[in-house]
Design a protein around this ligand. Structure first.
Ligand code: ZN
Length: 280
């Protein structure tokens, strides 16, 4: 949150756990930790499932999945190889500690909404969930992820949030504070899956589908330059920073998710860096 007077009550630096494992045909890379992005390769034609949820595998055998902020300490990755053999690998998920952030000066009706507004918030949340559950079978995420705007990091992923003095859900993304009008770029290749002109909490909102269950979200925008279904390239300008929705100052809230799992954009960008620099 830009201009938020937030205090850090506890700070724990979580050093990324580079997870490099190879077992029975599964090569894993990325961050095996809460909020982490994991990717790797298997023999093409392998079927994969994480905790029972199918994980898409590309023609070249590439796959990606995410571990939620609140992921348990282990997760089962099942593989059925083209020769019919089956293996289950137990992944050890490193825990993280989360800071507490206080944000004040938010419009009170977005913190303690009236019943009509609650209904709207639920309906709008449903649109976001529906967009997360639709995904392209194309591995756009292979471009890696770039920071979508230049600015000051004013809020980190996973923090416990106290909004106008009241405990609320953990922070699901990364906040980048910059003046209204600062360009926002697509973090990776993809297809625009949601555009909304004014949600109660998120204001002007864009979601991009990066394939295989990975999505990015851009909220509190001032201006939107894309429409649903549009193919975007990594680094394309998709809009501009604003202060719409539940915010007390101009900033971009940038989120990455794998289906319902919220991932830490900073560790995702470190695990799978952009293949190109943003260009005008
Ligand atoms: Zn935010």
């Amino acid at each position: 949150m830009n201009m938020a007077r937030w205090s850090v009550l506890g700070l724990f630096l979580s050093f990324g756990v580079g997870a490099f494992a190879q077992a029975e045909g599964i090569a894993l890379d990325g961050r095996m930790e809460q909020g982490g992005l994991v990717f790797g390769t298997v023999p093409p034609g392998t079927q994969l499932a994480l905790e029972g949820r199918a994980v898409s595998v590309s023609e070249r055998g590439r796959f990606v999945f995410g571990l939620d902020r609140d992921a348990k300490s282990s997760a089962a990755l099942e593989a059925k190889f083209p020769d019919g053999s089956v293996t289950t690998q137990t992944l050890i998920v490193a825990p993280r500690d989360w800071i507490v952030e206080r944000v004040d000066g938010l419009p009170q009706n977005t913190v303690t909404p009236d019943p009509e507004t609650v209904k709207r918030i639920r309906a709008e949340g449903g649109m976001i969930v529906a967009a997360r559950n639709r995904t392209e079978p194309l591995p756009f995420f292979e471009t890696g992820f770039l920071l979508p705007a230049e600015g000051r990091i004013s809020g980190v992923f996973g923090s416990q949030r106290i909004l106008n003095g009241q405990p609320r859900s953990p922070h699901s993304g990364l906040d980048i504070a910059a003046p209204i009008g600062t360009p926002i770029r697509a973090t990776a290749d993809g297809i625009v899956s949601l555009v909304h002109d004014g949600m109660v909490l998120t204001g002007k909102t864009i979601m991009i589908d990066h394939g295989f269950g990975l999505d990015s979200v851009y909220i509190h925008m001032n201006e939107i330059n894309v429409s649903v279904g549009q193919r975007v390239r990594q680094g394309d300008v998709i809009g501009a920073i604003g202060m719409t929705g539940r915010t007390n100052g101009p900033h971009l809230h940038f989120g990455i998710s794998w289906y319902g799992a919220k991932l830490d954009p900073q560790t995702a960008m470190a695990a799978l860096p952009a293949v190109q620099q943003a260009v005008e």
